[in-house]
Structure formats: structure tokens, C-alpha cells
Design a protein. Sequence first.
Length: 462
Amino acid sequence: MQKVSIPVFLLTLVVVIFGSACKTTQPTRPMEQYDENPFEELISTLNIPIKVGVEDLERMLNKQFEGVVYEDNDMDDGDDMMVKAEKQGDIKLKIDSSFIEYKIPLKLWIKYDAGFTTLQGEGAISVEMKTLFDIAKDWNLSTQTEIVGHEWIEQPKLKMGVVSLPVGTVANLLLNNFKSTITEKIDEQIKENFKLSPVIAEAWENAFQPVLVAPDFNTWLMINPEAIGMTPIRTTDGKISTTIVIQSRPRLKIGGKPNVDKAANTLPPFQYVRQTTDDFEIQIGAEIGYKEAERLVKDNMVGERFDYGKRSITVEDIELYGQGNKLVVNTKLSGSYEGNVFLTGKPEYNARHNAIDIKSLKYTVDSRNFLLRSAAWLLKGKFKNTLEENLNFYLDDNLTEIKEQIREQLKGYQVADNVMLKGDLRELNLSNAYLSPDAIQVSLKLDGQVEIEMSELKKLKE
């Protein structure tokens, strides 16, 4: 039997002891992994009623059609007439779902070549018109205006010397001339001043831009629209109303400003849709990035000291990531214990408190076994409970603050000059939570009502 010298034996024992100690100086880091989204992502429908007072529209049209609205200075263009028509008095509207009826009061000056002499006179007429309108697939407004009747306010008499002759045929020529001229001018004015397509296209593109709804919590709202349509126009209680209906998959992101996918924001073709309600119920996927979550927890935990009799620890750093359906909390400590410990907890919806709780935050099996051998005093609940409370704080109270800030913005948000978005957010409820590679994902439901009001109409131009 070979003898082993005492020095060699002691050296081997030291190597084995220290080698084993080196392998167990820190708990094993849990593996990072993520499950697929276990919840169905729902499409949300946002109804945005738009109401315009008929009187407001009348005021706008009367501003557009002032002074001379028609003038024919060519006696040799085939009608043997020169005419100047000047608006006198206000235009009054009657609006249906597909047409507008209105009367334009006109003061007339007429010069007529009767062959044997030239006749000249003045009069006044109220021309009753109808403009049919529709919206094309490219969101451009198309109109067709026609004269449907007239009423003489002051029937003109053309003078020849001292003799006044009734207009008769001259009046019919005048109206026939209007049918091919003033109606075209009205359609041109509508096309020029009511450019719907660029307005909707700009609004659609803006809907993809992230909105900072809660600056204190670095919270961004993304509408992520997928389809847009409009209900047929109707008139009730002196207002013209329609509803823009947007289907979307909105998301809230707590963290850095989200990137915009410019390839996805092409305006879809126009379509009429059936409105279901003035209220909205939106399912929102909210994501709280791990980096942002870490920042919020660190603000409350890093530097925090916990005393255990003569021993104490101080939190130096915190890392968050996922392992299946559990959140891993990697905490770096200094003091009487130097190193990392790992805890895990499952994010769950707390219906009673309308919050996301990190349920059953526990040390991993490896961390617990390691602490039992080296720092069993740390297993007492003080540090773990404080950490759990801070995790629940930012998932609960911050969302309450977000709700209040969204509600405040909806009291009156100016979309453009004289265009105000008003509404009320009644509820913001949490429903589900799961973990993705980049964030804690939370499903929210928003209930409320919103509408667009126009205080004074202006020309819609590019």
C-alpha cells in the first residue's frame, strides 16, 4: 500500500474544500425563458361621433359665397345675354343622408340682345338647388349639383326706351344658363374647400404616432389602427352627425418611446359601416418593459438597508426577467451577505383591488438552499416582503395615475383649430398578465365615451 505524505494529503484536502466552496459561493442563476401569449388579442372598436351644427355650416357657406357668384360678360357665346348674379341674403340648408338642399337669393343684372335692339334690366330670384354627395374609395368627396326650382323675388323687366317688357323667354334662358354654369361652380367650390381625403389621411397617419399620456410614468399610448369607416350622415336636433369607426389593437407601453412601423400606415379604402353605440370599449395590451420596471423598483429599493440584529444587508442592484409564467427578481446585496439572491413570483390579476400582484414571491430552490447553509437569517420575511410590496406598487398605483391623466386629457383635447375632442373615461380595468422576452404584458379594458365637436368650421385644405 502506497503511503501518502501528510503535507500532500493536507494540500489535497484544502484544494477539495476550497474548490467545492468556489462552486457554491453564489446561487445558480435561473434560466431565462418565455411562453407564448396565452391570451387572445382582441380587436377594439372606437366610435368617434362628429357633430356639426347646421347653423355653423350655413355661416361657413355664406362666407364662401359672397358678392358676385356668377358673371357672364360675353354677349356672343350663344345665349345673346350678359348676366351678373350677386348673392343677397343668407343661404338656408336642409340636409339629408346623401344630399343638401338650399336656396340662394340672387340679385340680377341682365343685358339681352333682342336682335332689333339691346334690352337691359334688373331683378331678384331665389334659386332652389340640390347637391348630391358621396365619398369615393379614396376618401375624396364627389358632388353633383342641380337646380330643382326657383322663385322670383322681383321679376325683372327689360327696358327698351321708355317701354318695359316682361322677361318671359329671357328668364328661361337665364335659368338654363345657370344649370350648366353656377352648378358647376358650386361643385368646384366644394371640391376645392372640402378636401376630405388629405384630412383623413393625415389623421390616419397621426393615429400611428405614440402619445405620451402619462409623462411621470413614461407611459405611451399606441392606437395601432387596422380599419376605418364612417356611418351614413344624418341630421337630428339641428346638427349634422356621423361617426368615425376605427378598429384597432391599441397598446400602452411603459418605458422608452415605441418605434413606428411606417409601412403599415397606408390609409384603407373608404367604407360605410353600421354604428353600434356612442360608447367605446377598448381592449389595450399594455407592456411594462423590464428596464423600466427595474428603474421603478430600483428607485425604491436600491440603497435600502435591512437590519437583522447585528447583521444587515443593503440592496445594490435589481434585475428582472422571465422564466415561463414567472417573474425572476435577481437582487444584488452587500453587507453581512455579499452576492446575489434570486426570487420568483407569478403576475396575476387581483380583481378585488383591480391590480396585478406578484403572487407568492419566493426564493428559488437553489437560493433558499444556499442561504440555509450560509445566511439563514436572510430568509426571514422583512426583505422579501418589502420587495414584493414595491413590485405591486408600480403595477397598481401607477396605472391608477395613468387613468386619471387620460381622463383629464379627455375633458377637452384640441385636435386642430376649433376642433375639440371631448370625452369621459369611466373605467380602466386590468384583466390578464403574462411575460414576454421584453416586458411584462398586461391586458387593460377602457370604458368611456368620446366625441369630436367643431366650434367654427373653416375651409379644409391641404
